[in-house]
Design a protein around this ligand. Structure first.
Ligand code: ZN
Ligand code: ZN
Length: 413
């Protein structure tokens, strides 16, 4: 049993709605949920009204129904995107509805389904929902992703626990990394946390580093040049109307993009990398002029090679993210097999696609302009953890000043 479960669940709902979405009086939030997430969803609906919502639209998927349809429905069903579903998201866009969603469904939900059906559905759903998801990606609407444990996920994270025991362990872990204790003060704690991340983000942007140098006892010795117009982002985002929100709950990272052709040296992974259920362990990557020129892994090297061979862009880095070693997620020592959590456990880099907003004006640039500005392009984006207890990062400014950014695994400022 999770101690004080009801109080913690309510605290989580208020956190997602008040800090994550930051619902404003008169807004109509939407909640994309699942029949398994009903208890938290109901608490979130109530929390939205507590914030003065005009109306709350919650809708529920069902993993069983989804899987049955993919296995047994008429194949032609997947070649057309239902107009009522398109009308729904178009309406959310029109209403500027803040969007809450949850991660947690069975990672193997579509195992054994004919890939042609999945592909056909993607082909029609992508264009139909593009205006809505483009608006979300560009932060034109508030949005937030939280988590809800399902049995399949919980038993994957805790292989020696079964059933309810695994579920309880995952709930405990989620509450703890979201700074939820049951005392009703998680919202206050998160406001402080977001303010601290914002202060560091501003400091990094003020330094306008030309490059960062990483080193530690594992043998990491890596120089990363940053794009001239790079922007560090952390924790929160703002809508054009100026409403602050926190898209990922939890979040610990501050990130930007490296210059795709500006990475040199060797970096060692600090944690195993989970790729489609396979683990890559004890690996390093060597870079020359940005390109990965050599890799070595103690275990699972073939999965890493395959990922890097996705396309030419996957041979270059697209993200530099700073997370203190002393972060709640790393302190649990748990591998969540879920990016929302795992990428907040440690300083990380990603090979593949860079986020356009990591360069000033990047969202309005063509692909060629983005590349010229330093942003990498790829079909993939894979985070791997590099932060150790003794990680040192030194920034060099354009006039050659060296500033400690990380000392002994944690922020120097
Ligand atoms: Zn990241
Ligand atoms: Zn990433």
């Amino acid at each position: 049993m999770v101690q004080n479960f009801e109080a913690k669940l309510s605290e989580y709902a208020h956190l997602l709605v008040e800090v994550g979405l930051n619902v404003q009086p008169g807004q109509t939030p939407s909640i994309e949920s699942n029949v398994e997430y009903v208890p938290l969803t109901r608490q979130c609906i109530a929390a939205c009204y507590d914030c003065g919502a005009r109306n709350v639209v919650a809708y529920y998927g069902d993993d069983f129904a989804t899987r049955e349809a993919f296995l047994r429905a008429d194949a032609a069903v997947f070649e057309e995107y239902p107009s009522y579903m398109k009308a729904r998201v178009d309406w959310f866009l029109e209403q500027k509805s803040p969007r809450l969603s949850f991660t947690g469904s069975n990672p193997e939900l579509l195992k054994g389904v004919d890939p042609a059906r999945i592909q056909a559905r993607r082909k029609v759903s992508g264009p139909a929902t593009k205006p809505y998801f483009d608006a979300l990606t560009a932060n034109k609407l508030q949005w937030c992703v939280g988590a809800y444990p399902t049995l399949a996920w919980a038993e994957k994270v805790f292989p020696d626990k079964k059933g309810e025991q695994a579920m309880d362990a995952l709930w405990d872990a989620i509450f703890s990394v979201c700074r939820i204790t049951g005392d009703g003060k998680a919202v206050e704690r998160w406001k402080e946390h977001v303010a601290a991340l914002t202060r560091r983000t501003k400091a990094l942007n003020d330094y306008r580093f030309a490059s960062l140098h990483y080193s530690n006892r594992l043998g990491t010795d890596l120089t990363i040049r940053l794009p001239e117009r790079h922007v560090w982002t952390g924790a929160s985002a703002f809508t054009p109307q100026g409403t602050q929100f926190v898209p990922n709950m939890p979040t610990e990272e501050i990130f930007t993009a490296p210059r795709w052709d500006g990475v040199d040296g060797r970096v060692y992974a600090a944690l195993p990398l989970a790729m489609d259920g396979n683990l890559v362990k004890d690996f390093y990557l060597d870079f020359k002029d940005g390109r990965i020129v050599d890799i070595h892994a103690g275990e699972g090297e073939e999965y890493l090679r395959r990922a890097i061979d996705t396309d030419e862009g996957a041979h270059y880095l697209g993200e530099v993210a700073l997370v203190p070693y002393d972060s709640p997620i790393r302190n649990t020592g748990i591998l969540f097999y879920n990016t929302l959590f795992d990428e907040n456990a440690s300083c990380h880099l990603a090979f593949g696609e860079a986020y356009p907003d990591c360069v000033k004006g990047g969202e309005d640039m063509s692909e060629e302009e983005q590349k010229a500005a330093g942003l990498n392009q790829s079909m993939t984006h894979v985070d791997f953890m590099v932060g150790t207890e003794d990680l040192s990062i030194v920034g060099t400014t354009h006039d050659g000043k060296e500033i400690p950014v990380f000392v002994d695994g944690n922020f120097a400022f």
